[in-house]
Design a protein around this ligand. Sequence first.
Ligand SMILES: *Cc1c(COP(=O)(O)O)cnc(C)c1O
Length: 400
Amino acid sequence: MNMTQQQYIEEAEKALLHTYNRYQVVLDRGEGVYLYDLDGKKYLDFASGIAVFALGYHYQDYDDALKAQIDKLIHTSNYYYNVPAVEAAKKLKAVSGMDRVFFTNSGAEAIEGAIKAARKYAFLKDGKTDHEIIAMEHSFHGRTMGALSVTGNPKYREAFEPGIGNIRFARMNDFDSVLSCVSDKTCAILLETVQGEGGVFPAQEAFLKSLRALCDERDILLILDEIQCGMGRTGAMFAWQKYGVKPDIMTCAKALGCGVPVGAFLMTEKVGANSLKAGDHGTTYGGNPLACAAVCKVLDLFEKNHIIEHVNEVSGYLEEKLDAIAAKYERVLARRGMGLMQGLVLDGPAAPVIASAMEDGLILINAGPNILRFVPPLVITAGEVDEMAKILDRCLAKEA
Ligand SMILES: *Cc1c(COP(=O)(O)O)cnc(C)c1O
């Protein structure tokens, strides 16, 4: 006998470690920008599996490429070369202008690699082992110990202290607070170009440019976390390209494989030649043929289907619609964001609005307790933005 949605939820709560308070729905399949639960209820998806599914669900070319790779070879280990990894690295270099790529299995792991590269770079310069990293308050970089240590939200860190140590937190968009953290020990400054989980906060251009100048002056490495804001979401392949501020190391994941777990950290030749060497870093799965076949196809489809141009066409419309909602409801305090990464700041918790939207067939997520986050598939159309805005309007009117 088939289990019902409710039975699966009950079974899940018996079998899975309870590290999430999940929405009470079992998602079953996707089509375009819509998801369906086990009961067949349809949802417009403005979360994309947390900014992952950039191309929408069941993009035929993407599915075909993965199936073909599955029939050929899924895994080899990094003791050998494989064609998809070479192709994916070349394509990623081309769109980023970075020089060296290391593929990981997740975003957190890309952050781990970036931290190790920065520490090794500094170690090779002075042989010391007390180097510091400056990270930002309200940042989010992942849940592994290194990534957690640079995550600027004490709530995530507290129970797991001590972290890796030698981390200082500065305030985002406050250059003086960064300056007050800098010392001879500083090896890297790490930030999200647009903060995601911390509340959809873009870096200001002057701030980013000042960081770049500071890093150049003192040979500190600038690490930009593009895991959420990268891959076209802000209207450039990587958000830093909009600012004209190139990092020394950048991290990427989420939409990189559009659903297949894959991340990467990339660096300039200067860092590549003076940091991690053979034996310094590794991963069993990282850069395996299946994951890299996904990366290749995603980057091909971005180009072939003009995904970034589309983001630039449709994101103004999303901003307009969200601004109209912000103007209509007093409890919506502000809109902020960049491209198809937007947030509405509420004067109270976002959770009831998200629940009500879900009821009405719209999937949204939050970014911090009071902020509604909008990270739809990048292929979203103006018509679908309208559909979202109508549902959201209904929910806010009801909740008022
Ligand atoms: C999601 C995210 C991470 C962590 O990625 P995982 O794949 O969940 O480990 C790191 N940085 C940013 C900015 C993110 O949004």
